[in-house]
Design a protein around this ligand. Structure first.
Ligand code: SF4
Length: 206
């Protein structure tokens, strides 16, 4: 009971919550209880798979604040899985962009949110809503199904696709000396040339 009370306190819930049933909790409280349950095991690594989905925006903000506090106060590592780039940018130290289960780009938060971008990262960033501006559609070709065979898994959707190469040959890793890795047939210099649109939208730096 002592451990339960302590774990509830970590997520800013009163000890009385220990005897409540799920239907007596709000969405945000349920998420806090789920995090408290994970903390009881005193983990070194917390797996957070879409922990903010299905929560309204104000509750998301309080759960985000909680996760940031736990990360800094308890020193717990977190593997945070999300489709929300704004959240990733706020929480993550290192970012890995996946498409169809394959790593497209990996690096520090600053690197992934700065040019050069992988074409898929680029399209994700362009789709991020900007306040008071009309949302731009993601720059991605629309397809119903793609058989990429041995080529890049993003071929068929990619606006930067190189005909005859991307769909048939696995893309190489392009790496910088300071640890950014992008998997693409384009060289990093070529990818850099495609970035001016994003820079204008102020998305290049966290
Ligand atoms: S390898 Fe080709 S299809 Fe894949 S991301 Fe690069 S340009 Fe696009």
């Amino acid at each position: 009971m002592e451990q339960i009370t302590a774990a509830l306190a970590e997520v800013r819930l009163d000890a009385a919550y220990a005897s409540r049933y799920p239907d007596q909790l709000s969405g945000g409280e349920r998420q806090r209880v789920a995090i408290a349950r994970a903390l009881i095991a005193q983990p070194e690594l917390l797996l957070c798979d879409e922990v903010l989905s299905a929560l309204d925006v104000s509750v998301q903000a309080s759960i985000l604040e909680l996760l940031q506090r736990l990360k800094s106060e308890l020193g717990i590592a977190m593997l945070f899985i999300s489709h929300d780039l704004a959240v990733v940018r706020m929480l993550a130290d290192r970012v890995c962009v996946l498409f169809r289960g394959e790593v497209m780009e990996i690096g520090s938060r600053e690197q992934v949110f700065s040019p050069p971008y992988h074409p898929y990262t680029h399209s994700l960033l362009e789709a991020v809503p900007v306040p008071l501006k009309k949302r731009k559609p993601a720059r991605q070709r629309t397809v119903t199904s793609v058989d990429v065979g041995t080529g890049c898994v993003y071929a068929g959707r990619c606006v930067a696709e190189i005909p005859g190469i991307c769909g048939t040959m696995p893309p190489p890793w392009r790496e910088t000396q300071d640890g950014l890795a992008i998997r693409c047939h384009h060289k990093l210099e070529d990818l850099l040339e495609r970035e001016s649109g994003l820079s204008r939208r102020g998305l290049e730096k966290p």
